[in-house]
Ligand binder design. Structure first.
Ligand code: TYM
Length: 340
């Protein structure tokens, strides 16, 4: 088993990132440590340049994301924590894989379609090639398990397709260059939805701050966002079937269940028949109880830029070493003699 995953250092991380991915980084880190292995978690700063961004802010945002991850429980002594920009193998491997990825595959990516919108001609080539870099990120380390939310599933299927085609085209059956990675998606919190619209996922790029709980929101802000979250006038049902066609209600129940380590069924067994005026304050309290300590730790950690820089330097040096054998094999398989 080899666990690898990444998160973009743009925008403020939110409850969706936390429940969909970060909780599993920590869970797998602790399980893997017992087996004597290390997970790799990186800040996808190279991916961040695929959209308009402010260069002066990118490095600070990267350091803040390190502080967030550490505050959430990612432990740099157990996990290799680094940023892509310090490990050139990511960009190199992306180029090697660009020869294998097909235009048609990339054209079908929903993220490309969503982010480029109607302006495909004006979108960056980096946005189009984004999933190839993501494939490089995981294939470089022979990843088997990639903890992500549901929205990244398609990118991982593409990584598998690229790995498979590369192995078929350039490697012998008994000595494949790449391992085929599997997404590791939480059963419940795979897709946390916007608090304003239950049909859209909670996202950093959504203009309304009220649509998401940020991990650095203070207690009052969290409570206010939950109070104002869109719901319907019906009370909560006592069975799961009663949430059909009620995406906002389902989302709040899912958040409650994920945060309390319970299940939606159990939450409904306890809170069924309650009106939202009753349920929302209990949910807000739970959020503050679970996320408040993370926020406090984040606020403290983010001040020590030297310590955060040192974490990334150490992680990058480990990642450079770990990525070297696969990068070498890929060059060799393609008939290239790698420079040193
Ligand atoms: P990013 O930075 O958008 O999100 C980081 C992680 O959070 C998950 N996530 C969610 N999960 C549940 N509900 C939501 N509303 C929600 N929003 C986000 C994402 O699925 C992700 O796991 N392309 C990636 C970064 C990346 C990567 C990789 C991930 C680059 N290379 C290699 C895995 C492996 C991204 O933009 O995630």
């Amino acid at each position: 088993m080899q666990v690898v995953s990444g998160i973009q250092p743009t925008g403020t991380p939110h409850l969706g990132n936390y429940l969909g991915a970060i909780v599993n980084y920590v869970k797998l880190q602790d399980e893997e440590e017992k087996a004597g292995r290390k997970c790799l978690i990186f800040l996808a700063d190279l991916h961040a340049i695929s959209m308009p961004h402010k260069p002066a802010e990118l490095h600070s945002a990267t350091l803040e994301m390190v502080a967030t991850l550490v505050a959430c429980g990612v432990d740099p002594s157990k996990t290799v924590l680094f940023n892509q920009a310090q490990v050139p193998a990511h960009a190199e491997m992306q180029w090697l894989l660009t020869g294998t990825a097909r235009m048609g595959w990339l054209n079908r990516m929903t993220q490309w379609k969503d982010k480029a919108g109607k302006n495909r001609e004006g979108a960056s080539a980096a946005l189009f090639g984004y999933p190839v870099l993501q494939a490089a990120d995981v294939l470089l380390y022979q990843a088997t398990h990639v903890p992500v939310g549901d929205d990244q599933k398609q990118h991982l299927e593409l990584a598998r397709d690229i790995a498979q085609k590369f192995n078929n085209d350039f490697a012998s059956e008994d000595a494949p260059v790449f391992t085929l990675p599997e997404p590791y998606i939480p059963p419940m919190a795979a897709r946390i939805m916007s608090l304003r619209d239950g049909s859209k996922k909670m996202s950093k790029s959504e203009p309304s701050e009220m649509s998401r709980i940020n991990l650095n929101d203070d207690a009052d802000t969290m409570a206010q966002k939950i109070r104002k979250a869109r719901t319907d006038p019906e009370p909560l049902p006592s069975e799961l079937e009663g949430l059909e066609g009620r995406p906002e209600a389902l989302n709040l129940v899912t958040i409650f269940a994920a945060l309390s380590g319970s299940t939606p069924e159990a939450v409904l067994a306890e809170h069924g028949n309650q009106m939202f005026g009753h349920f929302k304050p209990v949910l807000a309290e739970l959020l503050v109880e679970k996320l408040g300590p993370l926020r406090d730790r984040f606020v403290e950690l983010k001040e020590d830029r030297e310590a955060l820089t040192a974490i990334l330097a150490r992680g990058a040096s480990q990642a450079r070493e770990l990525s070297a054998p696969t990068l070498d094999s890929a060059y060799k398989a393609l008939g290239l003699v790698r420079g040193r």
